[in-house]
Design a protein around this ligand. Sequence first.
Ligand SMILES: Cc1cc2nc3c(=O)[nH]c(=O)nc-3n(C[C@H](O)[C@H](O)[C@H](O)COP(=O)(O)OP(=O)(O)OC[C@H]3O[C@@H](n4cnc5c(N)ncnc54)[C@H](O)[C@@H]3O)c2cc1C
Length: 371
Amino acid sequence: MIEIKDKKDCCGCSACVSKCPAKCIELKEDEEGFLYPEVNKVLCMDCSLCEKVCPTISGEFENDRRPLASYIAYAEDLSVRLESSSGGLFSLFAENIIVNGGIVFGAAFDSDWTVRHTAVDLKNELNRLRGSKYMQSRIENTYKEAEKFLKSGRKVLFSGTACQVAGLKTYLGKDYENLYTIDVLCHGVPSQRVWKLYLEEQEKRNDSHVKMVSFRWKNTGWKNYSLKLDFMNETSYSCVYNKDSYMRLFLSDICLRPSCYRCHFKGLCRPSDVTLGDCWGIENHSPEMDDDKGVSVILIHTEKGKTMREAIYDLCRWKSEAVDVILPKTADSRKSVKEPIYRGAFFRTLQLGGGVFRVLLSMLSSLVIRD
Ligand SMILES: Cc1cc2nc3c(=O)[nH]c(=O)nc-3n(C[C@H](O)[C@H](O)[C@H](O)COP(=O)(O)OP(=O)(O)OC[C@H]3O[C@@H](n4cnc5c(N)ncnc54)[C@H](O)[C@@H]3O)c2cc1C
């Protein structure tokens, strides 16, 4: 049975929970706000399926293969691009699946601003999945739902972080011709508890509930993006990424899941068909594509990934570029980020409750953040 001895070994994908035939594994939130599996030993049948489907234990996603192809690109439709984090490629892949009768899984906010994986099969609902939400999305029951649609023969596009795609694949345990997968380059996922505390403080300050969240508001440019919150009382908050306290916490790596400091799914070889990310540093190698409205990095890992690209080819501007140019060896998406030495102190402070946000703010001045 699955037993988490070192939290760095559990990415929280929930493949074990979804697979358990005795339904005796539950995800429980720890004091940092991350979910971990807990087994009811009385009900456990010792079948070991939970260990077999754990993408970390299986180790099957660790190898040194390189992508089949690598590109930079953006959607020609400017409105899609401006609503997306990078070049808007996810929306084009997703629309293509939906117009062909398929269903798309990805991360969406629910009514209390928790991020959960959810399924969408209408074009006008895709905006729920569009845009990065910088925290760990809860997979909930979506591996099982995806399996049901796959077995019925429907096309399924599953998107998420690399560990979530890996979890889906080990959970399914076999290839499906009608399954398409996308992972986003990810340097790590913050705790939803930190996000909720931040949101609480913002709502208090603005004396109103939040009605819209954009982590990547591009009115200040793609490279100088802002976090924007709209409130019910028609006021707004927006702040460039390197000044906002939540984004500073995220980008300083202090509030990430422990497993993100020893990520098994990073590197150039990914468990998905296609990887999408931001083409940071574009001005150094492809200034002709850089209008500061968002450009994506696209890594193609499989033959299926090639057909996915062909299906949206006419809707984008493309450039083929060497993977080591668009994702230098030092990129955080190729290797695990370092655990800041003050991470433990940060989470201990969080547990003290009351006045948390003020304490966070005072710590922020000493955090080192990436560009
Ligand atoms: C936690 C996190 C960290 C990231 N870190 C980096 C990074 O260091 N470098 C980099 O180049 N890019 C990073 N990205 C990816 C980048 O922000 C864009 O998501 C990506 O480039 C796709 O952009 P897009 O314009 O094609 O689509 P968009 O519409 O902007 O993205 C939508 C896609 O993101 C997925 N998504 C959104 N939030 C989450 C979430 N919380 N968990 C899982 N999937 C989610 C959706 O399911 C969908 O597939 C990160 C994304 C996330 C969610």
